[in-house]
Design a protein around this ligand. Sequence first.
Ligand code: F6P
Length: 365
Amino acid sequence: MTKINRIGILTGGGDCPGLNAAIRGLGKSAIYEHGWEVVGIRDGYKGLVENRVVELGLNELSGILTQGGTILGTNNRVSPDRYLEGKTDSGDPIFVNAVDRCIATLEEHAIDILFVVGGDGTFTCTKPLIEAGFPCIGVPKTIDNDIVGTELTIGFTTAARIGTMALDRLHSTGNSHHRVMVCELMGRNAGWLTLSSGLASGADVILIPEIPFDMQKICDFVEERREGKSGFSIIACAEGAKPINGTTVVEKIDPTRADPIHLGGIGSVVANTIEERTGIESRITTLGHIQRGGEPAASDRVLATTFATAAIELARAGEMNKMIGLQDGHIATKDILSVANKQRLVPNNHRFVKAAKAVRTCFGD
Ligand code: F6P
């Protein structure tokens, strides 16, 4: 069993509310429960390659529970086996395998185990370290809630609350101007964030990647609503939503990112098409990173602290290379390698979809 004296903490991928709560939970329980020393790696795997390590004592770990973002910084471009070293004369990126540099950093700082707070992309980046024999433990976070092996991720509840608040507020203008108000939410290829926010705010139409839509059905639906009492419609549209037989709308492709595809723009397509086909004035609001910002909701602080302290216990028990998660409301574990590079999507018959359909929410299908 690995003897633990000193642990490292790294946050990878996009920031989200609750990361600092997780860092605090990991650090404080490591210090208080086991007397381990704690260090943090700056800016995700980039800092591990570049040997940027900071001490995390009780001073650094205090007062951060309620703060958004991550005190360590994060990065969604660098993987240990794909580090951007520079560019060729013609401007093409030069990637190098930097696993040895990561291991050298871990050894130099006498880190016995690395705690990785991340999503499926970050866990995919953890793979080369595990394969090189370095023990890691995963703590799942993402506003997308799309990590296999856990029914809830740190950050999701806060983001869904922000999505709900935004959709609630769009009712004012929709109602006053008798407009169609489209709100584009994040979530990548998963519809959890849009589905939960849409269900919570009573959106009239919910468009998610897992249920491709027929544009004409949406137009017919909002026209029908125009004739009704309220006359307006609120549409919660996931950035990954797509028409039947169509493709997702890509805002840009950046080959230097671990996931080069940056989704965005489907909300405008939906709003413009509705206005063209029905003549109903339509507007688009894209929430963007507002969904990831600010202080974590109480439930995310609780989840982050629970996950973090359970992850420390996993390490103490010698269960390496596992990710902590929640299954049927209980703490569960999965091999990191079995959840890496996979996505947990919304099943078409999920209870949230059934509930929304039962109150006549249109999915465009
Ligand atoms: O995975 C979290 C997420 O916010 C997605 O919902 C979104 O598609 C993506 O990250 C945006 O990434 P970036 O912050 O790099 O623009």
